[in-house]
Design a protein around this ligand. Structure first.
Ligand SMILES: [Mn+2]
Length: 269
């Protein structure tokens, strides 16, 4: 999906062999775990710079730059480039624009602030093409993704008089749709488009003992707090967690906690 980004081919999942970095930057990572396997290869003598906008950031760096008011970490990178006097080239502008576009849900989430739109306009002036980028980001889905969406949405349940909606993605569905789990990314936002909804939850069956959840809140529930009670985190409106339980067990636990959280807030309508 993001292979069109200039420089994408230079990204490596792990540091090259024999390289012992003394300075490591983390971007948009609320905790060390979220950064994957490569983290284990970073020696303890390395200086870690943690650049993030998640309020729940665990401040794992030696230097922590946390701006919860930034809509995207890309904006913080923009500020850093300005501060240190680096020019924003068209290549950089495209990458930063995509950061802003995707972290604001296509300029639709609550974090679509005047500053986000101003930064986006500046990046458009500097060489990012909004129409072209939107096509690359939002209109390049393989058929398998839509097939998986259809299978998952068929499991949708709406409860609590329309306040809560949830659905599942199982390994069986992945097989049937010939899709990868990463293709389930947009399903939670489709759930979250139901009129009057307060909380949307998607359960993803990674294995028999591991279930991932994605949560979106438009009501009084703090999605990050709900996910934190299952070892996860994120933003108030969008959060997630990885739960070392089967799909059935995780579904029961999370739905019970979600209903309790919804009842603890006053109805939105
Ligand atoms: Mn982000």
């Amino acid at each position: 999906m993001y292979a069109f980004l200039p420089g994408f081919e230079d990204i490596q999942a792990e540091p090259p062999h024999g390289v012992d970095p003394h300075l490591v930057f983390f971007f948009d990572s609320g905790n060390l775990e979220r950064s994957g396997n490569a983290v284990r290869k970073i020696a303890s003598h390395a200086t870690i710079v943690n650049v993030d906008h998640h309020p729940s950031n665990s401040r794992f760096g030696d230097i922590n730059l946390i701006d919860a008011n930034a809509s995207a970490v890309g904006q913080m990178v923009m500020e850093m480039l300005d501060h240190f006097g680096y020019a924003i080239t068209p290549t950089i502008a495209v990458n930063l624009y995509v950061a802003l576009l995707t972290d604001t849900g296509g300029f639709r989430h609550e974090n679509t602030t005047p500053r986000a739109l101003e930064d986006a306009a500046r990046l458009a002036h500097l060489g990012a093409d909004p129409g072209h980028i939107a096509t690359q980001v939002y209109k390049m889905r393989p058929e398998t993704t839509l097939k998986l969406n259809g299978l998952a949405l068929a499991t949708m349940r709406v409860e609590m008089e329309g306040r809560l909606a949830w659905a599942k993605v199982t390994r069986r569905m992945l097989k049937e749709a010939n899709a990868a789990m990463a293709e389930s990314e947009g399903i939670i936002d489709t759930l979250n488009s139901i009129a009057g909804l307060e909380l949307a939850i998607l359960f993803k069956e990674v294995s028999g003992e591991l279930t991932k959840i994605s949560v979106r809140s438009r009501g009084g529930v703090d999605a990050a707090a709900l996910c934190a009670s299952f070892g996860g985190g994120g933003h108030i409106r969008a959060a997630g967690a990885e739960i070392e339980r089967s799909m059935d067990e995780a579904t029961k636990m999370v739905l019970a906690a979600a209903k309790e959280a919804i009842l603890a807030t006053s109805p939105q309508r």
